[in-house]
Design a protein around this ligand. Structure first.
Ligand SMILES: Nc1ncnc2c1ncn2[C@@H]1O[C@H](COP(=O)(O)OP(=O)(O)O)[C@@H](O)[C@H]1O
Ligand SMILES: [Mg+2]
Length: 242
């Protein structure tokens, strides 16, 4: 059965979808089968980052509403072998928690990991994902608003009994001067979650995501995601690669 992990944040635009794809790719590179489910209805971006834009006929809402079978909506990324994608709808869409649960339970035996990329905040996608996930990754940028909102989400996850919430700091600049946070320890202390990884601000990530291209194999960001994937697989791995 798959390990099911949700990616969440309080503030929008912290990089949940980008991290979902690149972490999924790093897990898939370890010959694991990974399904990435995007729940951010109306604001889809995973299709572009994973290179499946225009290749998907059905989306997650079609599946959850019973308009098509899950198998029909799942597409393998042409950029990252063994990473399978199911996109959010282009517009609207209601995410029903029982339907998501049934969908995840059906596909779980076919995958090693199911990553659920939620929308910012704690609306219906967050609640539906929380219902099926035993683990959460908070994807936050090192700025006071993202960190404060991340704490609120971490508390909500804790109160709902999510047994494991970890922090992934994204878009971390070489120097934190002017960001409003003193150091990474401050982020960890405010959020109150174990640090899973530190992804740098990366021109390679931005370029790859914007042009539906594969992330360069040996760039720093790719090595960071490989390390995060190893940690998720239970291997003892140094946290930060510079
Ligand atoms: N580590 C990074 N370095 C540079 N740009 C990034 C990084 N992570 C995300 N981005 C960029 O940030 C923007 C928002 O990312 P996205 O994944 O869509 O956020 P979210 O899903 O949280 O709304 C995108 O333009 C993406 O390319
Ligand atoms: Mg997103």
């Amino acid at each position: 059965m798959a390990e099911i992990i949700m990616l969440a944040s309080g503030k929008g635009g912290t990089g949940k979808s980008t991290v979902s794809v690149l972490l999924g790719a790093a897990l898939a590179a370890r010959t694991l089968r990974v399904l990435l489910v995007e729940l951010d209805s109306g604001l889809r971006s995973v299709d572009v980052i994973a290179g499946v834009c225009g290749k998907t006929v059905y989306d997650v809402e079609d599946v959850l509403c019973g308009r098509c079978s899950p198998e029909k909506a799942v597409v393998e990324s042409p950029l990252y072998k063994d990473l399978f994608i199911i996109s959010a709808p282009y517009s609207g869409g209601h995410i029903s928690a029982p339907a998501l649960r049934a969908f995840v339970e059906k596909l779980s035996p076919a995958f090693d990991f199911i990553l659920i990329d939620t929308a910012a905040g704690m609306g219906a996608p967050f609640e539906a994902a929380r219902d099926v996930c035993a683990q959460a990754i908070l994807v936050l940028t090192p700025d006071p608003v993202a960190i404060r909102d991340g704490r609120i989400v971490a508390d909500a996850l804790y109160e709902s009994g999510c047994p494991r919430t970890r922090l992934l700091l994204n878009r971390v600049p070489r120097s934190l001067e002017g960001t409003g946070v003193a150091d990474l320890d401050e982020c960890i202390d405010v959020v109150g979650a174990q640090l899973l990884g530190v992804v740098p601000e990366s021109a390679q990530i931005m370029r790859a995501a914007a042009s539906s291209a594969r992330l360069e194999k040996d760039c720093t960001a790719a090595r960071v995601f490989a390390a995060v994937a190893r940690r998720l697989c239970g291997q003892d791995t140094p946290l930060v690669i510079t």
